[in-house]
Design a protein around this ligand. Structure first.
Ligand SMILES: Cc1cc2nc3c(=O)[nH]c(=O)nc-3n(C[C@H](O)[C@H](O)[C@H](O)COP(=O)(O)OP(=O)(O)OC[C@H]3O[C@@H](n4cnc5c(N)ncnc54)[C@H](O)[C@@H]3O)c2cc1C
Length: 391
């Protein structure tokens, strides 16, 4: 694995454009152009879909390699690959899509020509997703869709949405009667309304469907069976939130910052109370790495991700948030300034100073949401209690 990691690092050093690396290092949102450029570079190398089999243009890597690749990319300030397309809908199409869907969507998703968004949450259906109401009625070879989605990340940049809709409102269980449709975002009847976050960034959207007509051929798998597909995607989404490489990078940064910050005449890192906090964070990272490795090993042996993946999601996202909080604590008021324009790269973005405290507040604002996205911490605890521990 060391050899594999070295090969990835070498490729990144030679091919990641400086401006893209600088923006990522500075904690900015890379522009769409930057994301597309990096995806194209990886696609040319055959690495833009690390988790895909060779049949669909992937490198056919083992789970260990996929995880090692993600670690190296995160540690070396690469922009993320589009998770909705590469991590989620691509593999789902390989399993449940028909041949025409695979032919139409997979290659363009791999190269970045098609970008995706995820239409799950609705006003009134977030944690309890199965309450979703967006209605789709089959008429003359089209599903006529009416309803609304919310918190749809990056929908304003997406070409397609994988969307959960209710096709049978009479079904006995709320999980039944749900279907998954692939929806062209330019379909007449779709309105995208931006939601500007507290951090001043346009990342979320509300989506309204008013008699939007979606070709019946864009149904995934069987009608009314969408809950099964939705659940499979959620497991993958949760696995990816144990971002151990980022945690390691944050811990190293925390130690440097605490060593450079004076507190009552001594470096903060020499204060017992702060050393304990750093120590606790380090132990949590080691525990997360060990648990994650267990999942990787199980996956290599052919196991499927089950509800246990909530353990990774819960501990990984809480840890990220706590590390950001510790960094802010170490920086004190110097860490407070925040400029949304700079976060989006509108101003002079370039910095080679990975330790610049001016970036901390931006990171903190971005990652605070990690314990909500993909299912809140409370919900993960419920899943662990009920479905893993069977309490
Ligand atoms: C950064 C980010 C990106 C997102 N991107 C997308 C996206 O692209 N597509 C998409 O469809 N959705 C997206 N979401 C939405 C996300 O899935 C929901 O926010 C999440 O599932 C929680 O739902 P909610 O916001 O409706 O909160 P609610 O479900 O209303 O929950 C409110 C509070 O109640 C708590 N709560 C709820 N039920 C229980 C319970 N049974 N027991 C204990 N506590 C409970 C929750 O933990 C939370 O604190 C995103 C969210 C974030 C933060």
């Amino acid at each position: 694995m060391d050899e594999f990691r070295a090969e990835v690092r070498e490729f990144i050093a030679a091919n990641l454009p400086d401006d893209v690396r600088d923006a990522c290092m500075a904690g900015q949102y890379p522009t769409q152009e930057m994301l597309a450029r990096w995806q194209r570079i990886l696609a040319d190398q055959g690495w833009s879909a690390p988790n895909w089999p060779v049949e669909y243009g992937g490198p056919d890597w083992s789970t260990r390699q996929v995880v090692a690749f993600a670690d190296e990319c995160e540690s070396n300030f690469c922009p993320p690959l589009p998770n909705f397309g590469i991590g989620m809908i691509g593999p789902l199409l390989m399993t449940y899509g028909n041949q025409a869907q695979k032919d139409f969507f997979l290659e363009k998703t791999r190269t970045g020509e098609f970008q995706w968004c995820q239409g799950y949450s609705e006003p009134g259906a977030g944690s309890d997703l199965a309450l979703l109401k967006t209605r789709a009625v089959l008429e003359d070879g089209h599903y006529v869709v009416n309803g609304a989605k919310i918190w749809t990340s990056e929908a304003h940049h997406a070409d397609w949405m994988f969307c959960l809709v209710r096709t049978d409102p009479e079904a006995a269980k709320k999980q039944d009667g749900i279907s998954m449709l692939l929806i062209d975002m330019t379909t007449p009847g779709i309105t995208i309304r931006p939601i500007i976050g507290l951090n001043g960034i346009h990342y979320f959207n509300e989506i309204f469907f008013d008699d939007a007509r979606v070709k019946a051929e864009n149904l995934i798998g069987e009608q009314d069976n969408g809950w099964q597909y939705a659940k499979a995607l959620l497991s993958d989404e949760r696995f990816n939130q144990a971002r151990t490489a980022i945690c390691r990078g944050l811990l190293a940064r925390l130690k440097r910052l605490a060593a450079a910050t004076m507190c009552e005449g001594n470096p903060l890192i020499q204060q017992d109370y702060f050393r304990r906090k750093i120590g606790r964070a380090e132990v949590r990272i080691m525990a997360l790495e060990a648990v994650k490795q267990g999942f990787v090993d199980a996956n290599e042996r052919g196991g499927r991700l089950g509800p246990e993946v909530s353990i990774l999601k819960l501990t990984g996202s809480e840890l990220l948030k706590d590390l950001d909080r510790l960094l802010m604590e170490a920086a004190g008021v110097a860490g407070l300034p925040y400029d949304p324009g700079w976060m989006q790269g509108r101003e002079n973005a370039r910095t080679d100073d990975i330790d610049a405290v001016g970036t901390l507040s931006g990171f903190r604002h971005r990652r605070k949401a990690a314990t909500i996205a993909g299912g809140s911490s409370e919900v993960q605890r419920m899943i662990i209690a009920k479905r893993v521990l069977e309490l």
